[in-house]
Design a protein around this ligand. Structure first.
Ligand code: PHE
Length: 467
């Protein structure tokens, strides 16, 4: 509906409710769901983690996401203008909310480039090379393909730049013609792909043991400390998975139509995000389990799981080239819609602040992404000896955004909406189309008490998930 797209000052907007839901789900579903969620679930007692995650999603995740989307829709502005309009004293939060995606976007695209490379290898039938661990290192030892690959400069740069350019097409085309269209095509494809891959992996011999390990709760050595660690890991994961405290939901909310249900949309985004994460676990846990002959330690490979362990798993399974190609296509699509949302958030802020057109702002953001992203690429390559606070450059960007800026932003967002301008601000926005706010009591207690406490825990225990 073109009349809806011309909102105040022609910022553009989503043309349909489903378009908004799929775009927000596209942002939420990303590397976090496919790679991080399954191994956290495996590490923190299977079913126990799943249950805790689910409870947190419908309480904590719901509250934070609803607040951000409501702020965006009410103000119709980018993060910079939105926080300022809510309360002048909180304007710096808007800058923080714009800084987070600007920090994440470049390195997320570097990882996106790695995924693209793997996808191309599997599609061209060379997935076996990715499973090779015999690359010579200087001192006579050997490197995995992944370690070898990221130590190069040319190819990782090429795939990184290619990935940025692919993602920027949707942002350049605008909200309705670009982001909404792309999400409406890619998200259903992604869902079908993951269901097919999960169905296939579950038919393998021994997969059922892996599935049991994934979904049944494991209470052995279960202590209060372990429970607390599990909760902290689940909050951290949820936060990242639902793209909270990155300004994204505020930006996408600002493009949402006033007539659509806010509460209902948030519930649907949550279901989509959680379902994809759960299905990803049904692919990864059983397949790694079969490959490692039931040794759960293989799942603990952390970041190496996706780029080192999984290619070996695909290489060893019948039809693995096809499944591997489908899997890395799935991951590429998931990562792409997430980076589009990051880029859109930064572009919207630049457009608002500088009054430049969408295309000029977009080119400026592309240039910034490539320049800053190159620091991460070089951090593994020619600058591999360089460390920031004991971390590689990419890890450092990841650390300051996820462990410091995001919890601070979320904490002050709770204070702003819980105590300063009060919950009525969001409540009114939820009811603006005549809807009832069904979870209003839950919302109030969460935003005032539970969510800020969770944020303090996250801020104080950055190493609790050992990642
Ligand atoms: N929500 C994404 C995921 O689960 C993470 C993400 C989205 C990160 C957008 C950055 C930007 O992977």
């Amino acid at each position: 509906m073109s009349s809806d797209t011309k909102t105040e000052n022609s910022r553009g907007g989503f043309g349909s409710k489903i378009g908004f839901i799929l775009a927000a789900a596209g942002s939420a579903v990303g590397l976090g769901n496919i790679w991080r969620f399954p191994y956290l679930a495996a590490r923190y007692g299977g079913g126990i983690f799943l249950l805790i995650y689910l409870i947190l999603a419908i309480t904590f995740g719901f509250t934070m996401m609803l607040t951000e989307i409501a702020l965006g829709r009410k103000t119709g502005k980018s993060v910079l203008g939105a926080y300022k309009e809510a309360d002048k004293r909180f304007a710096p939060l808007g800058w923080l909310a714009a800084a987070v995606p600007a920090i994440i976007l470049p390195y997320y695209c570097v990882i996106g480039g790695w995924v693209l490379k793997y996808m191309c290898m599997f599609i061209t039938g060379n997935g076996g090379d990715a499973a090779n661990s015999q690359f010579a290192a200087g001192s006579g030892s050997s490197l995995t393909f992944f370690e070898h690959y990221i130590s190069l400069l040319g190819q990782p740069t090429l795939f990184f730049v290619l990935y940025v350019l692919i993602g920027s097409v949707a942002v350049l085309l605008g909200v309705e013609k670009g982001i909404e269209k792309v999400s409406k095509i890619l998200m259903p494809v992604l869902l079908v792909l993951i269901i097919i891959i999960a169905g296939y992996t579950l038919t393998m011999d021994g997969a059922m043991d892996g599935l049991k390990y994934y979904v049944l709760p494991d209470f052995t050595d279960f202590t209060v400390t372990k429970l607390l660690k599990t909760i902290a890991a689940a909050v951290g994961q949820l936060f990242y998975s639902m793209s909270l405290a990155m300004g994204i939901m505020v930006t996408y909310g600002s493009y949402m139509r006033k007539s659509d249900s806010l509460e209902g949309s948030v519930r649907q985004i949550e279901v989509f995000d959680t379902a994809v994460a759960f299905l990803a676990g049904m692919v990864i846990v059983p397949s790694v389990f079969v490959f490692s002959k039931g040794d759960p330690a293989a799942l603990n490979a952390g970041p190496g799981l996706m780029f080192i362990t999984l290619p070996k798993v695909f290489d060893s399974m019948p039809g693995g080239q096809i499944i591997g190609a489908a899997f890395f296509l799935l991951v590429s699509l998931a990562a792409l819609t997430s980076s589009i949302s990051l880029m859109e958030t930064v572009v919207a802020a630049v457009m608002e602040k500088t009054k430049m057109s969408r295309s000029v702002s977009c080119f400026a953001v592309i240039a910034f992404t490539i320049i800053v992203g190159m620091l991460s690429v070089m951090g593994y390559s020619v600058w591999s000896d360089f460390e920031l606070m004991g971390m590689q450059i990419l890890d450092f960007f990841d650390f300051i955004s996820n462990n410091i800026f995001m919890p601070i932003l979320a904490f002050f967002t709770c204070i702003l909406f819980g105590y300063v301008i009060k919950t009525k601000y969001v409540e009114d926005e939820v009811k603006v189309n005549g809807d009832k706010f069904r979870s209003v009591h839950l919302y109030r207690i969460m935003i005032k008490v539970f969510c800020p406490i969770c944020m303090i825990i996250i801020l104080l225990t950055p190493f609790v998930t050992d990642i």
